[in-house]
Design a protein around this ligand. Sequence first.
Ligand SMILES: NC(=O)c1ccc[n+]([C@@H]2O[C@H](COP(=O)([O-])OP(=O)(O)OC[C@H]3O[C@@H](n4cnc5c(N)ncnc54)[C@H](O)[C@@H]3O)[C@@H](O)[C@H]2O)c1
Length: 378
Amino acid sequence: MIGYNFMGKAHSNAWRQAPKFFDLPVDIALHTICGRNRTGVEKAAKTLGWKNASTDWMTVVTDPEIDIIDISTPTDSHHAIALAAAKNKKAILCEKPLGMDLAQCREMVQAVRKAGVVNMVCHNYRRIPAIALAKQIIERGDLGDRIYHYRARYAQDWIADPSFPLVWRLQSGTAGLGTLGCIGSHIIDLGRYLVGEYAEVSGLMETFITERPLLAETGAGLKAKAGKRMGKVDVEDAANWIGRFKNGALASMEATRFAHGRKNQITLEINGSGGSLVFDFEDMNRLKYYRASDPEETRGFRDILVTESSHPSMQAWWPPGHIIGYEHTFTNTFADFIQAVVAGQSVQPTFEDGYANEKMLSAIVQSAKTRKWVKVKN
Ligand SMILES: NC(=O)c1ccc[n+]([C@@H]2O[C@H](COP(=O)([O-])OP(=O)(O)OC[C@H]3O[C@@H](n4cnc5c(N)ncnc54)[C@H](O)[C@@H]3O)[C@@H](O)[C@H]2O)c1
């Protein structure tokens, strides 16, 4: 695993837990964790349960004892690590967004295809049981034969304070895009998963705070401290966009980190010809389902507690009603990925999905720049 901070911790937990809760054909050995700082990575290896620590990712991706490479670094290093890992025939699990731009994503798809290696991009929210259940409901036709609306909002507030420093997520050279690429990519992915391919989009982007204090120290992540000098923010703080799916459904979407009080809220509402679905990540074990064909006197939103063993991924967890949380979204994802590696067959979301996501991201950017509708090139 390359990178050992926020996602490093979440992923380490998922690698450790997946074989303990899911009935997998193999066990997972946490071989080597890699980062740039020797003291930091050695401490992380000890805390997170890895056997070895390294400061050179190239020696990790070329190590013959290693089967899987997990890329948990900022966006600017995904491409180089993935290309080298594919060349060395490793299965690859890569954090989102897949690459910095369309060209990088295309090359990453070509590299895994050429090498024939199992690959996945970590859009972990697909494996929230309530969202996977929503997918089943839609696929069964229980929302009707037409989807009319996909409304999605991903809202946080951790950079709303103008004195919050210029972390890597606010610098295009490291992050590529800002809020749109980081959290907007997740709701774009959920739209593709639940509704279908996007056809066209009209977007706007805004940077509310254009200058921020530089970091007092490097590598400080989300809990970074501000220094005295100022630097320029060159990514978007928020984005709104509307669009049309190929199947005719309409998309209304928003990604922001300026919604005070919203810490990590993902809300979805999908309306079809036969009913509606509502999801809120702050209540992630529940899915609200309205069926238009129910008898009039009892018709209303059902509040489904998605914790039955018949619900997606829930067979691995606790008895009904014993709820799960954020970390399980990764464990559910990694369990499917491990099975895919053993079977030699990728499962969604693959690098192809990461590339398709980037096509939508770049269409939104282009639309915001030109103030025109843009077709999404699928
Ligand atoms: N799936 C999700 O919900 C989710 C949530 C948060 C972050 N992410 C993604 O995960 C990735 C990492 O984000 P994070 O929040 O963990 O960031 P972070 O800043 O908390 O950690 C980044 C880690 O990468 C290491 N690193 C940076 N450049 C490196 C390099 N060239 N070589 C080796 N190590 C390097 C840093 O030392 C650090 O350990 C990003 O792509 C981000 O978009 C995904």
